[in-house]
Design a protein around this ligand. Structure first.
Ligand SMILES: [Zn+2]
Length: 455
């Protein structure tokens, strides 16, 4: 990993002060803890699997650095630890009366559980990473299930991270594949931000952009080596993921690392899809599929000339605020969608513009279309390319792989637009009156999702 990039990113991160990455460096955990939390007692938090992986090495390192330790808290290794709020309460209540700072050993789920528990106690914590499985290590906020539905709770990012690539290389292959799926979405998410920037809905911060997009292509360049658990390739993937987390800290928003492809995943997450599987359906598998979905959509859009849209017709067809609300409700009628209807209405109305504002925006779309198209083409990869990369790394690239039938997948193109106020390609198309036309092309004969090569 490029030390300079990390050092630079740490200087603008609000919570994370130290990141140590490399091969065979787990024994530096104690020194990092002692430096970040001088004089504090520690508690190692792990699950049965991550304890077996690094529990003794981490404990030995902490002791060697003079850190006084409580007994470790180890969640069961099987069934796979669930990112449920009850687990947050367990560790929070255990730590509450102890004057300790947690050193967790884990990836997505365990890191999120300890992050939220520590956040609720108002204490910092650090994490020893066990897989390059998501960008949440250095991000604020925790993705936790409450009553069977995933929500994101606010809480600070870890004060320090230790990423020993030899430890991470022993992770199950599906975890590396899911990290790849989370990272590849930063490609179309970048195009979404480009559009948003040009249309004046959310300006690009060049520095933050560079943190994510700078190392991105390199991080995604070795799917075959990642499938073989090559530690150096895992280091490059981990760098991209950690930098994305630091970018979100610097920007105080997930915009740098999340676009329409993530909204596909969030829709299924909010519908509770795969949360009760063993192991639960991972974030990055859904996000990788969302990436293919959105790259395919971009291909259709970029084959058209949005400089020639009929502004009068689009303005005349634009729904009133009440009609927009009714439209959102009509898109989420299934039982599983119940918990997300009200949030979707709120998020959609937060980005609602009236007919006059729409006319202004569409005039800007027409005048800036050559620039939008050129920049997006330079940023994007094709759906076929995204699919090949995901396939090679062992991730998900077709809805049937994760039990989403074609009809539900098709509808997700419309539903995903409603669940976040973030402006993406889906919003541009809805406003231009082209969302239906473009999405339907993907599912018509000859469209991406009807071709054999999409399988
Ligand atoms: Zn993500």
């Amino acid at each position: 990993m490029s030390e300079d990039l990390i050092t630079q990113a740490l200087s603008t991160a609000t919570d994370t002060k130290a990141i140590v990455q490399g091969r065979g460096i787990v024994d530096r955990t104690g020194a990092v803890f002692a430096e970040q939390f001088p004089g504090k007692r520690g508690i190692v938090v792990a699950d049965g699997n991550t304890w077996d992986l690094a529990g003794e090495a981490v404990t030995a390192s902490l002791k060697a650095a003079g850190v006084e330790l409580e007994e470790p808290y180890v969640f069961p290794g099987t069934p796979t630890l669930y990112a449920g709020y009850s687990n947050v309460e367990l560790i929070r209540d255990h730590m509450k009366d102890l004057d300790v700072v947690a050193c967790s050993i884990g990836s997505g789920t365990l890191n999120d559980i300890v992050k939220l528990a520590s956040g609720e106690l108002g204490r910092p914590y650090m994490n020893v990473c066990t897989a390059a499985s998501m960008d949440g290590y250095a991000a604020f906020g925790a993705s936790i299930s409450v009553d069977g539905f995933k929500i994101t709770r606010n809480c600070p990012a870890p004060a320090a991270l230790v990423a020993d690539l030899d430890v991470m290389a022993t992770a199950p292959r599906r975890l590396t594949a899911t990290g790849f799926g989370d990272l590849i979405e930063k490609v179309p998410a970048g195009a979404d931000w480009i559009i948003s920037d040009i249309l004046g809905t959310e300006a690009i911060d060049e520095y933050v952009w560079g943190l994510v997009q700078g190392p991105l292509r390199q991080s995604l360049s070795r799917p075959g080596d990642l499938a073989q658990s090559d530690p150096d390739a895992i280091g490059e993937l981990a760098e991209g993921l950690i930098m994305s987390g630091l970018a979100m800290q610097a920007h105080q928003s997930s915009r740098p690392a999340s676009g329409a492809g993530h909204q596909f995943s969030h829709t299924w997450e909010m519908e509770g899809h795969g949360l009760d599987w063993e192991p639960a359906l991972s974030h990055g598998f859904k996000v990788g599929l969302g990436t293919v979905a959105v790259c395919a959509l971009y291909e259709v859009v970029l084959s058209k000339d949005l400089g020639a849209i009929d502004i009068d017709a689009a303005v005349a067809a634009w729904p009133s605020r009440d009609e927009m609300e009714a439209r959102v409700r009509a898109l989420h009628t299934e039982e599983r969608a119940k918990p997300l209807v009200e949030p979707a209405v709120e998020q959609t109305l937060a980005k609602y513009i009236d007919a006059d504002q729409l006319r202004e925006r569409l005039e800007l779309v027409v005048s800036s279309w050559p620039a939008i198209a050129e920049k997006c083409r330079a940023q994007l990869i094709s759906a076929a390319e995204a699919r090949e990369l995901l396939k090679e790394v062992g991730a998900v690239y077709h809805p049937e792989q994760i039990d989403i039938d074609m009809d539900r997948f098709h509808q997700t193109y419309y539903r995903a637009q409603t669940i976040r106020s973030r402006y993406t390609i889906l919003d541009l198309l809805l406003e231009a009156g082209l969302l239906k036309e473009c999405v339907e092309e993907l599912f018509a004969p000859g469209g991406y999702w009807t071709q054999e090569s999409s399988r």
